[in-house]
Design a protein around this ligand. Structure first.
Ligand SMILES: NC(=O)C1=CN([C@@H]2O[C@H](COP(=O)(O)OP(=O)(O)OC[C@H]3O[C@@H](n4cnc5c(N)ncnc54)[C@H](OP(=O)(O)O)[C@@H]3O)[C@@H](O)[C@H]2O)C=CC1
Ligand SMILES: CC(=O)C(=O)O
Ligand SMILES: [Mg+2]
Length: 570
């Protein structure tokens, strides 16, 4: 009998590993003989990506890479984030979700069905990784602006967690993409023979609540301290309310988006030249993101000296029925009530156009899922009423953006302060290259997660979320600020995540929800060093494994039974 040894993990097939590591990991002979430099590996990957024309094919290639050579995948993504983010995240992840069941090759994460209620804990036990630190969970019911995609929404937890690893250095094996199969209202999918979820209608809100209660217990019993990020639920407010003081969790669409847009608005308001008290914000979309963003900005306006009522009155929210007012005649969803207007003098404004004309806003915010809703006429008027109109079409993916960067620039004569949810290319205007901001929660959630994990926070407080926004706004470099950018260069996102994580850690300490004792007395410089040292760096992985084998290989023999390749966790 030969001694049993664990099967190789995906990182073990890395062609950058030396012969000694391959022998140690029992992968010798299972990969081509050349021991390759990172540059050679990268050149091959870039060549393979370049020869695929469609973004979805590039996405599928990258998924394959992640599943067969995880560290190489992250080396590529971290070194080329500006080019890779649109392929592994929005907009391409939207297409990947739409076609998830058609393109299925491997699981990518965990699926838990409504039929599993009563024994969710035993399903969770099947996840092979012992040290999960963070999960992104969706029920697939509002995937980007694409509607209810059921379990095809798995692309979102997978994509968000890939950004956690690439942007804030959580180790890949410490992440759990989780999709809840609670039925779907998507009839087309239910009737599609290739759809891989349950073919039942979506469970009721009460059934979902009961299911989530059991899930939260199961997750935290298996992995105490796990950070739970709720993502792309159609109605996420009840769960946030139920769990936010009890578990280490947050809702990315309400709170992460609120924070990232607040981070950008602080600079935009400053550059607009209009005082906070004179800002008038029309929000197209009064859902989780719209209300989440508006609430964060209210808090900012209050810190700038407005009373809560004055701050609240700076917002006009528009949904499918028009301007949200007290006397509209329908029963308002609870989350809309706070912003409902009482100064419309009985008149109802049914369309965005009417509201825009009525309010003459300084800020036009789009979180509506309605691509193209900001018309040339509205954009032109925004430029007529304001020196620097703030135009944020934030819906994802690109096809749902309320306007393009090109149109915003064209119809405001280059005057607007712009950020979109999905990326747009730079463009030349009047001989100048203009760079659009990307107001996407990807600038904050990696830092929120990292800061929460590192401080071992028991809950994620509102002050931690607010700190992520202010830290983001302080993370711009002088050359970025001087060009009028609202968000930092995307390629610097690892550094930005460190700044955000530090802000979150400090806020956790201040709120008294932190448990990591060793960093309590650290100054900022020492803390930053400590945070950076805790981050997974795919560029150092080959060397780290090499060292590990040298150390442990000596005691275990070249074909030792211990396994190299798994890093120590954060
Ligand atoms: N940039 C970023 O980081 C983020 C962007 N988003 C994007 O924001 C969008 C909305 O997300 P979320 O708030 O969670 O979704 P919700 O479903 O919670 O909200 C959508 C809102 O838009 C309104 N709406 C939908 N269709 C129309 C229409 N035809 N006319 C007027 N209003 C309409 C809805 O009205 P009603 O209430 O009447 O149904 C609702 O208020 C998505 O595209 C998502 O991708 C979300 C999170 C982060
Ligand atoms: C970015 C994001 O979270 C969304 O569009 O839902
Ligand atoms: Mg989302």
């Amino acid at each position: 009998m030969t001694a049993a040894h664990p099967p190789p993990a995906t990182g073990d097939y890395d062609t950058s590993h030396s012969t000694a590591v391959r022998r140690y990991n029992h992968t010798y002979g299972l990969v081509p003989p050349a021991v390759e430099s990172l540059e050679t590996q990268e050149a091959r990957c870039l060549k393979q990506i370049a020869r695929r024309e469609k973004p979805i094919d590039k996405y599928l290639y990258l998924s394959g890479l992640r599943n067969t050579n995880v560290h190489l995948f992250y080396r590529l993504v971290t070194r080329h984030l500006k080019d890779m983010a649109p392929l592994i995240y929005t907009p391409t992840v939207g297409e990947a979700c739409l076609e998830w069941s058609n393109n299925y090759v491997q699981p990518e994460g965990m699926y838990i069905s409504y039929a599993d209620r009563g024994h969710i804990a035993s399903v969770v036990q099947n996840w092979p990784e012992p040290n999960v630190q963070i999960t992104v969970v969706t029920d697939g019911s509002r995937i980007l602006g694409l509607g209810d995609l059921g379990i095809n929404g798995m692309g979102i937890p997978v994509g968000k967690l890939a950004l956690y690893v690439a942007c804030s250095g959580i180790r890949p094996e410490a992440t759990l993409p989780l999709t809840l199969d609670l039925g779907t209202g998507n009839k087309e999918y239910r009737e599609d023979p290739l759809y891989m979820g349950s073919r039942r209608d979506k469970v009721t809100a009460e059934e979902e609540a009961e299911f989530l209660d059991e899930l939260m217990v199961a997750l935290t019993e298996k992995w105490p301290g796990i950070v739970i990020q709720f993502e792309d639920f159609k109605n996420p407010f009840p769960a946030l309310e139920r769990y936010q003081g009890k578990y280490t969790c947050f809702n990315d669409d309400i709170q992460g988006t609120g924070a990232v847009i607040l981070g950008g608005i602080v600079s935009a308001v400053r550059q607009s030249g209009t005082a906070v008290k004179d800002q008038r914000a029309v929000f197209f979309g009064a859902g989780s993101a719209g209300v989440g963003v508006a609430k964060q900005i209210v808090e900012y306006f209050m810190r700038e000296g407005l009373t809560e009522d004055e701050a609240r009155k700076c917002f006009w929210l528009v949904d499918t029925k028009g301007l949200v007012t007290n006397d509209r005649g329908d029963k308002l969803a609870e989350h809309k009530v706070y912003f409902s207007r009482d100064d419309n003098e009985g008149k109802q404004y049914k369309t965005l156009e009417e509201v825009v004309d009525h309010v003459q806003p300084t800020i036009l915010m789009g979180l509506s899922t309605m691509g193209g809703a900001f018309t040339p006429d509205m954009l032109t008027k925004m430029a007529k009423w304001n020196d620097r109109p703030i135009i944020f079409p934030l819906s994802n993916p690109s096809s749902k953006s309320e306007c393009t960067f090109e149109d915003a620039i064209k119809y405001t004569n280059g005057k607007c302060l712009f950020a979109s949810g999905s990326p747009f290319d730079d463009l030349e205007y009047n001989g100048k290259i203009l760079t659009p901001g990307q107001g996407n929660n990807m600038y904050v959630f990696p830092g929120i997660g990292l800061g929460t994990i590192l401080s071992q926070a028991t809950t994620i407080t509102q002050t931690m979320i607010y700190a992520s926004a202010t830290s983001l706004s302080h993370s711009l470099l002088p050359n970025e600020t001087s060009q009028g950018w609202l968000y930092p260069e995307i390629g610097r996102i690892r550094d930005v995540s460190v700044v955000v994580a530090m802000g979150v850690i400090r806020a956790a300490q201040k709120a008294g929800v932190d448990r990591e004792q060793s960093i309590k007395g650290m100054g900022d410089e020492e803390l930053e060093k400590w945070v950076r040292a805790k981050m997974y760096d795919p560029m150092e992985e080959t060397e780290r494994v090499e060292k590990e084998v040298k150390t442990f290989g000596m005691s275990n023999g070249v074909n030792g039974t211990a396994k190299a390749g798994r890093g120590s966790h954060l």
